[in-house]
Design a protein around this ligand. Sequence first.
Ligand code: GDP
Ligand code: IMO
Ligand code: MG
Length: 421
Amino acid sequence: MAVDVLLGLQWGDEGKGKIVDYLANQYQIVGRFQGGPNAGHTLYINGKKIVLHTIPSGIFHEHLVNVIGNGVVIDPVTLMKEITDLEAGGHEVRSRLRVAKKAHLILPTHKLLDIASELSKGEEKIGSTLRGIGPCYMDKTGRNGLRIGDILSSDFENKYKSLTDKHLRLLKQYPEANYDLKPEEKIWFEAIDQIRKLNLIDAEYYVNERLNAGDYILAEGAQGMMLDIDFGTYPFVTSSNTISSGVCSGLGVPPTSVRHVIGVSKAYCTRVGSGPFPSELLDEEGQKLRIAGNEFGSTTGRPRRCGWLDIPQLKYATMITGTTHIAITKLDVLNTFETISVAEKYKVGNEATEQLPYDITEGVKEVVNSNHQGWMQDISVNSYDLLPDAVRNYITYLEKKLSLPITYISTGPGRDELIVR
Ligand code: GDP
Ligand code: IMO
Ligand code: MG
């Protein structure tokens, strides 16, 4: 029995959902431990594209229980829409889903506060998904939040009103905020009625009982390490701990139960939203990556900023997360690049370093790239040995640089387009 962790090593959208869906067969439980509907995890099931926002990516496996942990923030409307859309597509959801009573609720006013806060920041905006994530976690840590368990209390409407009143007072500070709350509240309460009928559990007891009974759990991260509230590119981050420690606080499992940490990285780099991105390509090559990789956000549709893989950033991410195995995704996107570059070092002052400075925007003036020969061919094969030499050289180079095994190589969005070593 053990918990394995799967998380993003970059700025999100690394292809976590696809890898979780592939690995799910090896586990009895898949659990989300942080984030909320800011996440968009894309899976192809029977050739059909499905994007999950709150539901764990193990949902398409019959034998599996999927837990939405206490560390997640839940928008009832988004969650119920996700469930009903999946059911309309013929998928079984409710019997496979458990929701932690200690997970926090995103209120309609959290979304309004998110929008107002971003508007007030102007050029300095975070580039939030505007799903109410930041304001909801602020209420959690400010000890004002409402939790899933509260919807079972007879006093719930009063609790809702008192928190909403507080938010409305705050919104008065933002003169540009313009909203009509009533219709939002109506659909929110309708969704709450539906959520009451789901399997709401004391998830910390459930997962620990299952662990003690010998089960294996896969903890599915959302966002990526560089969006972590403590170690990411603050303040351009999300509001939760996306790193391995988030699993213990977000699911209630002890650190001693954690076995492997699978870190997912694209074969290049992307970021959606504002903030530092040292290896970003603002030229035609960046545009080529965006088109080849179809780099448009799964949640908001925004074009993703693109750049080369960044070794100092990845080393930092594997250090902080304790990564034991790497999954490289979207390698096929590089198929038409004659030369593949990698940011090997940052120029900080007059020195070339592999260490991230405290202030990346101010500190990193330039990156030092190395160049690698591209393979200029299709790589849809199912075994590592069948990959072209240039691909294997690139993988060996990365393994050496990161001192970690690259165990999974994804060569396309489909479930089976994956080489496991
Ligand atoms: P997540 O948030 O980490 O689960 O990633 P997203 O789903 O937001 O973004 C990853 C995108 O890349 C999705 O559109 C996936 O279908 C797609 N994808 C995943 N792996 C591969 C791959 O190996 N090759 C290609 N071409 N696309 C991939
Ligand atoms: P998945 O799980 C990529 C980014 C937003 C913004 C910042 C803060 O699909 O990888 P928030 O809405 O949390 O207040 O936004 O974080 N962001 C993501 N970027 N993938 C995600 O999730 C993201 N979730 C949030 O773009 O820059
Ligand atoms: Mg995503």
